[in-house]
Design a protein around this ligand. Structure first.
Ligand code: GLC
Length: 583
């Protein structure tokens, strides 16, 4: 019998009733390391908590709120960049990778943050932005001046000299943030590449000195006690050396728009994988040398195809790379009008592609995309948190999503600061601006939602803070926050770590999934993604003559926890989600 058939047989003996695609990839408790079943809570430092009244969030603000994370049951956080930066792209343009941005605090503040987090059992992940630095970085200044050792730190090109004596960029590549990806540098008399704003020149990873300089940055922060890195924009790290024009995509007629070309020479190059694997080795070696602290990990950010992301986990030769290549499908591939099949398909496809022995991950939001309440409607907040927090593997929550915070779309052109929004101009800025999702965290109904005592905050506070805030949600009988916290509590039970997984569309609008394990009560999540009430029969899916007992229900639900329900005729309200035990 061929080996693959034997494997399939063994599989079905070991895991009766499970589909391949539905398997949780970590099958024994011993195998589960801290990061394989954690909720990573993303903090956007500028908007989380301001401790000194300048209208901008800071490190001491974060430290003061770490007890809130601990109380919620959060054990890991990733921080958007806190490093020295001219703030053109709000910290994603770094002018010194090993210094703290003064408006965020000092290195001592950072050390206190790490110590406090450690005492509270919270692991801290930093954002590592390797694709580009700021044009104010010493490296760029030295490279522009052709200082020995720095000449090739960035991607420099002569461009095209036209017959009339004028110059044009080397090719037709557009930047992600609109406009040519090339900028002329008067001093050096050459163009440099910038995949994002022109103040964010791309580093040249074909130069081993750049790789070494960045390894030093990684080691610097590891030695400060961080648990790892979220690595920014990894699929942009390399460009084809031929620098050929990219073919047109047909999606846009505007040559300055990122959609104008198919990015076959400027994105997702095979070399990306080598660098990810190199960083993985660096982290693994560090973890092996310092076993007293937990495994150091990397999460990678790339809006890329499934095959690429699966390779980031582990390539076809079995070489491991990213611990958690972010899975953005709940952001990019489902929306308010998606039906149950779309959700099931998106969950299954990740599990099918993810190589065995890895942890699934689900990202429900971040600082670059509209919030859950804006993508799916505010009635969906609890159901989407149920989905996120009861699926197998890792969940990633953007700060404020535990309250169901909403995008503030009415930010005026004058108050708009996000570079891609400024680049497209007053007519179109609302279509691309990320400011609405970055407004200050809504702690209370006090001044500036309790975020800051300043007369003006860096971005306006959403006016709905008077009703929608943490303090109110903590005091209420039932709230999004309490639902979120109950779900985090539930995740602590062994079934949520070990439970094998099945998902099905029960009807066009309702899907359900279960986590089951011998000798444990099965946990079932049922979600109605339509705006109408739905009646479903779950007996076939459950496959046992058992009752459902509500474990967690949402704010808009008629059910309460502990209530028993008949699986044969279950009614779910519009956008309602339920988490139940099978007894
Ligand atoms: C990533 C970040 C985004 C930033 C960009 C450039 O996509 O998440 O906020 O603007 O990289 O660094």
């Amino acid at each position: 019998m061929p080996a693959s058939l034997i494997q399939i047989l063994l599989f079905s003996l070991l895991y009766p009733g499970s589909t391949m695609s539905g398997l949780v990839r970590s099958d024994t408790e011993d195998f589960i390391d801290w990061w394989q079943h954690t909720v990573f809570y993303q903090i956007y430092p500028r908007s989380f908590k301001d401790s000194n009244g300048d209208g901008i969030g800071d490190l001491r603000g974060i430290t003061s709120m770490l007890p809130y994370l601990a109380e919620t049951g959060i054990t890991a956080t990733w921080l958007s960049p806190i490093f020295q930066s001219p703030m053109v792209d709000f910290g994603y343009d770094i002018s010194d990778y090993t210094e703290i941005q003064p408006e965020y605090g000092t290195m001592q503040d950072f050390e206190e943050l790490i110590d406090t987090a450690y005492d509270l059992g919270i692991k801290v992940i930093l954002d590592f932005v390797p694709n580009h630095s700021s044009d104010q970085h010493e490296w760029f200044k030295k490279s522009a001046a052709r200082m020995p050792g720095y000449e090739d730190f960035y991607v420099w090109e002569d461009g095209i000299l036209k017959e009339d004596g004028t110059r044009a960029p080397p090719n037709n590549w557009p930047s992600v943030f609109y406009g040519s990806a090339w900028e002329w540098h008067e001093g050096r008399q050459q163009y440099y590449l910038h995949q994002f704003t022109k103040e964010q020149p791309d580093l040249n990873y074909r130069n081993p000195k750049v790789v070494q300089a960045m390894d030093d940055v990684i080691l610097f922060w590891l030695n400060k006690g961080v648990a790892g890195f979220r690595i920014d924009a990894v699929n942009h790290l390399f460009e084809d050396e031929s620098l050929m024009d990219e073919p047109l995509s047909g999606k846009s007629t505007d040559p300055l728009s990122y959609d104008y070309t198919k990015h076959i020479y400027s994105r997702d190059l095979p070399e990306v994988l080598d660098l990810i694997q190199h960083w993985r080795k660096l982290l693994d070696d560090f973890s092996a040398k310092h076993p007293q602290r937990p495994t150091r990990i990397m999460m990678t950010e790339a809006y890329a195809g499934l095959t690429q992301l699966a390779d980031y986990y582990e390539d076809s030769e079995g070489v491991r790379g990213s611990h958690l290549p972010f899975n953005f499908h709940f952001i990019t591939d489902v929306k308010g009008d998606s039906d149950a099949r779309d959700f099931v398909y998106n969950v299954e496809k990740w599990l099918i592609y993810m190589p065995r022995g890895h942890a699934a991950n689900w990202v429900m939001g971040n600082h670059d995309n509209p919030r859950v309440a804006s993508r799916f409607g505010s009635a969906s907040v609890d159901a989407m948190n149920m989905l996120l927090l009861t699926l197998p593997g890792v969940a990633v929550t953007y700060n404020g999503e535990e309250l169901g915070m909403e995008d503030y779309r009415e930010i005026s052109w004058q108050d708009t600061v996000d570079p891609p929004a400024r680049n497209v101009g007053e007519e179109l800025y609302k279509e691309v601006s990320r400011d609405p999702v970055r407004t200050p965290f809504q702690w209370s109904n006090k001044k500036n939602a309790g975020f800051s005592s300043a007369p003006k905050t860096w971005l306006p506070v959403h006016p709905n803070y008077l009703e929608l805030n943490l303090e109110a949600q903590m005091a209420a009988n039932k709230s999004h926050y309490q639902v979120y916290k109950d779900l985090i509590d539930l995740r602590k039970s062994a079934i949520m770590r070990l439970g094998r997984f099945n998902i099905e569309a029960i009807s066009r609008w309702v899907f359900a999934f279960k986590r089951s394990y011998p000798n444990f009560e099965t946990i079932i999540t049922i979600i109605n993604v339509s705006d109408k009430e739905q009646l479903v029969n779950l007996t076939e899916f459950i496959n046992q003559p058992k009752k459902l007992v509500v474990e967690v229900s949402g704010v808009n639900s008629n059910y309460h926890s502990g209530q028993s329900l008949a699986a044969s005729a279950l009614s779910l309200g519009a956008r309602e989600g339920l988490v139940c035990r099978l007894v």
